[in-house]
Design a protein around this ligand. Sequence first.
Ligand code: NAD
Ligand code: UDP
Length: 337
Amino acid sequence: MRVLLTGGAGYIGSHTALVLLEQGHQVVVLDDLSNSSRESVRRVEELTGQEIVFVQADLTDPHATRAGLDDIAFDAVIHFAGLKAVGESVEQPTRYYRVNLDSTLVLLDLMRERDVTRLVFSSSATVYGDPQTPLIAETHPVGVGLTNPYGWSKAMNEQIIRDAAAAWPALAAVNLRYFNPVGAHHSGRIGEDPSGIPNNLMPYVAQVAVGRRERLAVFGDDYPTVDGTGVRDYIHVMDLAEGHVAALTHAEPGVQAFNLGSGVGTSVLEAVRGFEEASGRAVPYAIHPRRAGDLATVVADPALAFERLGWRTTRSFTEACRDAWAWQSANPRGYAG
Ligand code: NAD
Ligand code: UDP
């Protein structure tokens, strides 16, 4: 397949591009580089020895997108492009809704015009809100009591895609609800390169380990969990990338939704210890109050993806820490050097 990756220069997109190329597919990346670097795409080319067609365009701009993709054919799309910082979405709700919704609308119109029917969308476990069961299955209610515009934008995108499929029965779409992506390609050549202070736990921990930041703030130690700190389902980004290829291959007319998670919960303090062991570096931390809107435990029931896509995680959290350290130690300032 020739696959268009919107947002393909970003963290998850670059790893997915690599897996697609390694499995014999071709890749077109469309990205405005608002949260990424052209260098990630170059490194994927270097790792695979294959070329990627790169288009720099803002997907929310229908004219720029059409012009950029004018003479470029593709038969499937993975839609990663969007804004993803939960806290920022609370501060800038209209910007988040505009980017995260307009990009999908422009893309769906373009796909219909070109008669490209295969779509995989980057959704998130955040669409489930506060989990009502220890493990979250796809049957869990979606879009109930969400606490931020980022989460709502994901739930709304899923609805937009369902409505588009109702009006265009050939559309074969898959909404992938990611749990917590972590780690990097084992080469350490590509990885997560957040701009500014990382919002997410693992990139923050990695920056403490490499000496870029002094200490981790652990947000809350009074949750009803194994050690009082928040529990999440961390998934190696290479497992996640492989999940996209499985979803693309199994897409069928209509809309499906799958969790991409491991089914294993890890607390903040367990994550810190895991990273310390993998890196051989100390990760000093201090306990702080809970972060507003955080949940105690969010862990996937990953059974459906295995049943329908034949996909499940094969890499451990320890492996994710080791690979994240390979990336962070070789690129202490990310793609900037
Ligand atoms: P990322 O920021 O590294 O990648 C997103 C890419 O989209 C970036 O390269 C950015 O430059 C590009 N982009 C943003 N707006 C654009 C626009 N208007 N036009 C063209 N390109 C645009 O983020 P990521 O971690 O790789 O996440 C990819 C997707 O997965 C996002 O939709 C995100 O919401 C979703 N997701 C991420 C996580 C996570 O923890 N990383 C969890 C759940 C879901
Ligand atoms: N967390 C933390 N310190 C940080 C960032 C995150 O203690 O600097 C905790 C957070 O409270 C949560 C877990 O780590 O329990 C994962 O947070 P992250 O932001 O990575 O993911 P999400 O909240 O989206 O699941």
